[in-house]
Design a protein. Structure first.
Length: 169
């Protein structure tokens, strides 16, 4: 009987010792795994979109322009075909696999410039000014969200005179 008690006591001791050794090792392994996962995953709201950005549909963009620029019904009728054509041509450029990325960018810039000229031809002088201000705000936001090239300091936003503010050293 003593041998049996001794054996049970040793078995329980071995089990406790095993748990004492295994639990911290398992916790450390779990902690290491979670640290690796957190290093691999981008932090939430890091400024990086979760999905590719697509421009709004022509109708949605027209609604926005109408609200911001107070477009008349006649202007809206003239703008919608311009926006639809731009959208169609953008898709064609994106889908053209024979173009290099540089050629795609060049064609997109030319398309956007042409679209802008057509849109401004429909606008009043006041609307053109508002549109330019809206475009500048958008460019500023895009510039702020763009990562700085490695090895360079980020540019300060321009002050009210249009000049860059000096960087504190």
């Amino acid at each position: 009987m003593n041998q049996r008690k001794l054996f049970c006591s040793m078995s329980v001791s071995a089990a406790i010792l095993g748990l004492a050794l295994c639990v911290p090792a398992a916790m450390q392994a779990q902690d290491t795994t979670s640290q690796q996962q957190s290093q691999q995953a981008p932090p939430p709201n890091s400024g990086m979109p979760m999905r590719p950005h697509h421009p709004p549909s022509p109708k949605r963009q027209l609604r926005h322009l109408t609200k911001v620029l107070n477009l008349t019904a006649d202007q809206q009728q003239q703008m919608l075909p311009i926006l639809r054509e731009r959208d169609k041509q953008m898709r064609a450029i994106h889908e053209n696999t024979s173009l290099t990325p540089q050629q795609q960018r060049q064609q997109m810039r030319a398309l956007m410039q042409g679209t802008r000229q057509k849109m401004e031809a429909v606008m009043t002088d006041s609307q053109k000014q508002q549109f330019e201000q809206m475009q500048q705000r958008m460019r500023d936001r895009m510039q702020q969200n763009r990562p700085a090239p490695s090895g360079t300091q980020p540019q300060a936003p321009p002050d009210s005179s249009g000049q860059n503010s000096p960087q504190p050293q």
